[in-house]
Ligand binder design. Structure first.
Ligand code: GAL
Length: 634
């Protein structure tokens, strides 16, 4: 594969006289793709049923004439003001029961069938008009499902939809009552119309009720997206993508991805470190201008799985953003490093957000490749450098990793419904395991929870899975490498109740979780031989050999040569040491990479990335801050 670059552009923000010069500069920078359209509904349909496509026709033509390929976005994340008059009840409702308002974006409820029909209508018109346009070479549905906390809506439409969904899933209220354990606290129902959304309850709502609502809400995103995909597919053969986000688990991305050709995500490394990753102040200071050294890679690997191999960066941070609590500028070189890191993980395209910084409205403080006065911003030169390097390097293959982690959105919902300890979070636990693998120098694949074949991997981690799918349970039972599951893996049924026999229940692994403890941040469970568990500790029973103990002689890891259960959440150094040992046992070369240095193999190359703010030595090479070293594999 030879990777490409792109940029996000808003022709409707600029005088038409500027378009052709912009397009020429994009092409001259070495960009291939330009994404447009995703917020322009009010320009396409200024009044209900009155269309103005001419400007969009000309914009696409101008970009195409410059040799650029267009990714055309459907504009459904920004329904115009008149839409609210047509469908006053389409606005999402928050958990406090307050309607959200017009005046920014994503102000729709996924359950509102009237709005869904409007979204199909505009998508269908766009697909008819541009489906065979030679310059429209890909599509994007909507924009960042879930952004601004918009998947869960407690509207009337959601309540009606949820009841229908429950009736289909459970068939009878008796079955639902049994599945949810509604005998508890006299919570039983005998009519679907009695069942409400699980907000505003006096104390916590029943966990299976919460989980059902998360499943229902995720299904609405899948259905909303699929309705658009179906329309586009009637008129166009171009691939269809959606742009996902970082650390968002509010809907099942594997399920949405199954209807799309390409997964893409919007990577804002500095914003994410500032506003959504757990790290201490020293770490946040050290990586303030680079982003977390493992966070981008984690999402690259996750979305490679969601896209079944095909994935892009649809939006790449180009400089300071506007939306994080603090918005520092990247170190010189990072806009190049982030792009190459994505390519090393298999991205087909990295598209910078945005071409020119807007001088108006909410994002006027968000950098682009150009300043608002059209002078080059620092990232423009870095993008050009990447384009030149792509041309020089040619093919970079994608390699299958030899280690893997299973990622499951339902488990994220389950543990949000039932955290049991304030610090237990599925993403955080999985990411901790991922960081340990990366520190050991491993390339990692992320696997969907229904994976049936693990044979490509020497080491598989499956922490925190609420339950195991049948295919994965079978695959683990017959696995020939080393699998480490736990903590909390397979300890619940799919309805978020405790199974009998108690979990985990994998054939061949006689281990049972008998007592579960969560730990406050001031506590830890020390392990014999050094290291400790934080946050979480499970007491294990069973006849499987004890492979590691706490200092009090309780099992910390139990299991067989091929399948083991981890009883707690190791701190970062303990996790790293544990993973190094497992790698070595599994026949992999395990490193202990310095802070900030990360490695990724492709089929043809080895890439070494330096996220540290100082130069690092690696196998005789001096890699500057934000530097990359690559070499062809012999
Ligand atoms: C993304 C979004 C873009 C823009 C960008 C700013 O979340 O898709 O439209 O808002 O953030 O960083």
């Amino acid at each position: 594969m030879i990777p490409t670059l792109g940029v996000c552009y808003y022709p409707e923000h600029w005088p038409e006289a500027q378009w052709s010069e912009d397009a020429a500069r994009m092409a001259e920078t070495g960009l291939t793709w330009v994404r447009i359209g995703e917020f322009a509904w009010s320009r396409m349909e200024p009044r209900p049923g009155q269309f103005d496509w001419d400007w969009l026709d000309r914009a696409i033509q101008t970009l195409g004439d410059a040799g650029l390929k267009v990714v055309l976005g459907t504009p459904t994340a920004t329904p115009p003001r008149w839409m609210i008059d047509r469908h006053p009840d389409m606005l999402a409702v928050d958990a406090e029961g307050r309607s959200r308002k017009f005046g920014s974006r994503r102000h729709y409820c996924f359950s509102h069938l009237g709005y869904r029909a409007e979204s199909v209508r505009i998508t269908s018109l766009m697909a008819e008009r541009y489906g065979r346009n030679p310059h429209v070479a890909a599509w994007q549905t909507d924009n960042e499902y879930a952004c601004h906390d918009t998947v869960l809506s407690y509207s009337e439409a959601a309540r009606a939809g949820f009841r229908d969904w429950l009736a289909q899933r459970y068939q009878s209220t008796d079955a639902l009552n049994r599945a949810w354990g509604n005998v508890f606290w006299s919570m039983g129902y005998d009519d679907w119309g009695q069942i409400d959304l699980p907000n505003l309850t006096v104390t916590e709502a029943n966990h299976p009720h919460l989980l059902a609502f998360r499943r229902y809400s995720s299904d609405q995103v899948v259905a909303f997206n699929k309705a658009q995909v179906d329309e586009i597919g009637k008129h166009s053969d171009a691939p269809i993508a959606h742009n996902y986000m970082g650390r968002i688990t509010d809907f099942d991305h594997f399920a949405v991805g199954a209807d799309l050709d390409i997964a893409s995500w919007d990577s804002y490394p500095i914003g994410f470190l500032s506003d959504r990753l757990e790290a201490d102040d020293a770490f946040k200071l050290r990586f303030m201008r680079q982003g977390h050294p493992d966070n981008q890679a984690f999402h690259h690997d996750l979305y490679r799985a969601v896209g079944r191999g095909r994935w892009w960066i649809m939006e790449q941070q180009p400089g300071p953003v506007n939306w994080a609590p603090w918005n520092p500028a990247p170190l010189p070189g990072m806009c190049r490093l982030w792009a190459w890191e994505a390519f090393a993980h298999g991205a087909e395209c990295v598209s910078y957000f945005r071409w020119r910084q807007a001088p108006f409205a909410q994002e006027q403080m968000h950098a682009g490749l150009l300043r608002p006065d059209s002078a080059p911003a620092p990232a423009l030169g870095e993008a050009r450098q990447v384009a030149d390097e792509i041309a020089a390097l040619g093919e970079i293959g994608v390699a299958l990793a030899r280690t893997a982690i299973v990622f499951d959105y339902e488990s994220a919902w389950a543990w949000e419904a039932q955290p049991q300890g304030q610090d237990f979070d599925f993403f955080r636990l999985t990411f901790a395991a991922y960081q340990a693998l990366r520190r050991a120098g491993q390339s990692v694949d992320i696997l969907a929870p229904d994976t049936a074949d693990l044979s490509a991997y020497d080491l598989v981690l499956a922490p925190g899975l609420m339950t195991l799918s049948d295919p994965l349970r079978q695959a683990l039972a017959s696995y020939k490498g080393i699998a480490l599951i736990g903590p909390r893996t397979d300890t619940k049924t799919a309805e978020l109740s405790i199974p009998t026999p108690l979990g985990p229940n994998v054939p061949g692994l006689d281990v049972t979780v008998s007592i579960t403890e969560s730990l406050p941040p001031i506590a830890s469970v020390p392990l014999a031989g050094g290291g400790q568990f934080l946050h979480w500790f499970e007491h294990l029973e069973g006849s499987a050999p004890v492979l590691r103990e706490t200092t009090e002689g309780k099992p910390a890891i139990m299991g067989t040569a091929h399948l083991r259960y981890l009883a707690g959440w190791p701190d970062p150094d303990t996790f790293a040491a544990l993973i190094r040992d497992l790698c070595q046992e599994a026949g992999l070369t395990a490193l202990d990479l310095p802070d900030g240095l990360r490695i990724r193999y492709t089929g043809t190359h080895r890439f070494v990335f330096n996220y540290a703010p100082e130069a690092q030595k690696w196998e005789g090479h001096e890699i500057p801050p934000a530097g990359i070293h690559w070499e062809a594999l012999s």
